[in-house]
Design a protein around this ligand. Structure first.
Ligand SMILES: [Zn+2]
Length: 215
């Protein structure tokens, strides 16, 4: 036995108990826990820490966690890779923390969706109310192209005759006269964009006041 082999022998004997100890391990990616053994092969990222730490040479407040050179975590039986494997308690804690973050994000997204749906419903409830009660329209609403368009049931996706009848066609238009204007301003040089100008002329027949509700 030469010097190198002897050294290797010493090292193998030192590491033997590390490999032979059965351990409770877990995977932080999938939350699986299992019993297994440290391995003598693996990737840089799968190395097992040896319990030693030292301050980072350049980054203030950071520390370097040292690892055994030849001791690696085994693969997760579920994921098939070792990258997320560590001791069972840490793995489960990290996995659950990640799940909780996901759950919270989902809850926030659902809340935003509910708010959006409530606002859309409030808007269309208001449109229906003004259709039935044209006198209740506010000045702001009558200056809003989109709101007037909604009152008129435009655009007529379902066909002109199938649309919900607007108040101005039910003889309930009260004091307002409404005229829709559309000017075709042509197409961009590339042909991709079609320019139009659309607006409503609105007149209050009681006062004679008139204005445009512009897009
Ligand atoms: Zn896994």
């Amino acid at each position: 036995m030469n010097g190198f082999e002897a050294l290797q022998q010493v090292k193998d004997n030192m590491l033997k108990p590390i490999y032979e100890k059965r351990r409770h391990l877990g995977c932080e990616f999938c939350g699986t826990t299992f019993h297994g053994y440290y391995q003598n092969t693996g990737y840089q990222s799968d190395k097992v820490p040896n319990g030693k730490k030292s301050p980072h040479p350049t980054k203030q407040g950071y520390s370097i966690i040292h690892t055994y050179d030849d001791v690696f975590y085994p693969d997760c039986p579920n994921c098939g890779i070792a990258a997320g494997v560590r001791n069972a308690d840490d793995a489960v804690a990290i996995y659950e923390h990640e799940q909780e973050k996901k759950r919270k994000n989902k809850a926030a997204a659902e809340k935003r969706k509910a708010t959006r749906e409530r606002k859309i419903k409030e808007y269309w409830d208001r449109v229906r109310h003004v259709r039935a009660n044209p006198h209740d329209a506010t000045i702001e609403e009558l200056h809003s192209f989109n709101f007037v368009q909604a009152l008129l049931g435009m655009p007529y996706y379902g066909g002109y005759d199938n649309r919900e009848k607007p108040c101005w066609e039910q003889g309930q238009n009260g004091r307002y006269e409404v005229k829709f204007n559309y000017v075709d301003k042509g197409t961009s040089r590339s042909g991709k964009t079609h320019y139009t100008r659309q607006w409503f002329d609105i007149t209050n027949t009681d006062t004679g006041e008139s204005w445009e509700a512009n897009r």
